[in-house]
Write a protein that binds this ligand. Sequence first.
Ligand SMILES: [Zn+2]
Length: 357
Amino acid sequence: MKNLNFPIFKTKIEGEGRKFMLEDPVERHKYFELKAGPEIEKLKDYLRENTFVGFLLGKKNAGKGTYSKLFMEAVGSDRVAHVSIGDIVRNVDKDLKDEVRRAELIKSLRERYRGFITVEEVVERLEGRSTQNLLPTEAILALVEREISRLGRKAIFIDGFPRNLDQVSYSLFFRALMGYRDDPDFFVFIDVPEAVIDERLKYRVVCPKCQTPRNIRVLRTKKIEYDPESRKFYLICDNAACGGARMIPKEGDDLGIEAIRDRIENDDKVMKMLLGLQGVPKIYLRNSVPIAEAKEYLDDYEFTPAYRYEYDEAAQAVKVIEEPWSINDDNNVPSYSLLPAPVGVALIKQIAAALGL
Ligand SMILES: [Zn+2]
C-alpha cells in the first residue's frame, strides 16, 4: 500500500529555543499553549455551547485513541468524549453477566433497536452463543446511541466506525441518527507507515504482574537488564510493586503487522473510500515525515526517540543509545516517526479551522 501523501503540518516555530519533555503532562500543557494556544482558547469557547462529531479513521494501531485523548487533554475532557465502538461491545459483554444491567440493556435495545434479527438473537450474538457472531450494524448503532445518551451532551470522537464498506453510508447520516443533526461533523484521517505498526507490535512487551505495556524499541522503562545466556535485553517494570519483573512479549506479537494483515487492508479500503467523500470537512494527520524535510517542519524534540542497547562487559552495565526512530514509509522513503503531541497540534489546529473558528 502506498502513502496517502497528506500535506506535512508545520509545528516548528523559527527561532524558538525552548524544548519540552513531551511525555510529561505538565510540559505538554506548556507545549500546547505555545504551539496552539489561540486555537485551544477558541475551541474551549466553542465547546461551552456547541458539540461536534469527529470520525477517526486509520489502520488498526494508528493511534486513533491517543490523538483524540491528547485533544481532550488540551481543551478539557469534560466537554469531549472518545467513543470506542470496540470498547462499547466489550463492555456490553460485562453488562450481560450482571442481572440488573442485563435487564437494563435489553430494555434499552427494545426501545432503540430496529433491524432484521430479534433482540434475543442480538443478545445471543453479543454473548457469542449464536452460530453467527457478526453483529448487525443496526444493533451496533443502538448500542452506540445508548452510550452517547449516558455521556450527556458532549462533542464526540467516534473510534471504530465505519468499520467496513457496508457501514460507510451509515456514517454519513450518523449525526441525524444520534440526535446531533445540527452539529458539525468531520472525518479525521491518520496516515501511519506500516513499518511503524509493525515495530509497535514486534517490540511490544508487557509486565507479567501488572500487565503494563511497553516497547523495547520506542517506549522503554527506566531499568534495562541483560541476560548473558540468551544474549537478550529485558525491560524491567517501573512499578515498584512488581519487584523488578522482566517484561515479556505476548504470543503472536513476533509476527508484527502480518498477524493483523486482513484488518489493515480492510481499514485501508474504508479510508480510501472516505477520502473521496464530498461535502464533509476532512482533517489529515501523518505519523511520519521524510527525514530530508523533517527539520524544516518540526523541532528536534518532536520526533519519537528509539532505543538501542549495548552491554558493557567490563562495567557489567547496559548502555542505552537514543536516536530518532527512523523507518521507511510506505513509499520506501526514509522517515522519522513523530511523537503524539505534534500530531495533536495538527489535530487541534485543523479542527479549529474545520469548525470555522
Ligand atoms: Zn509490572
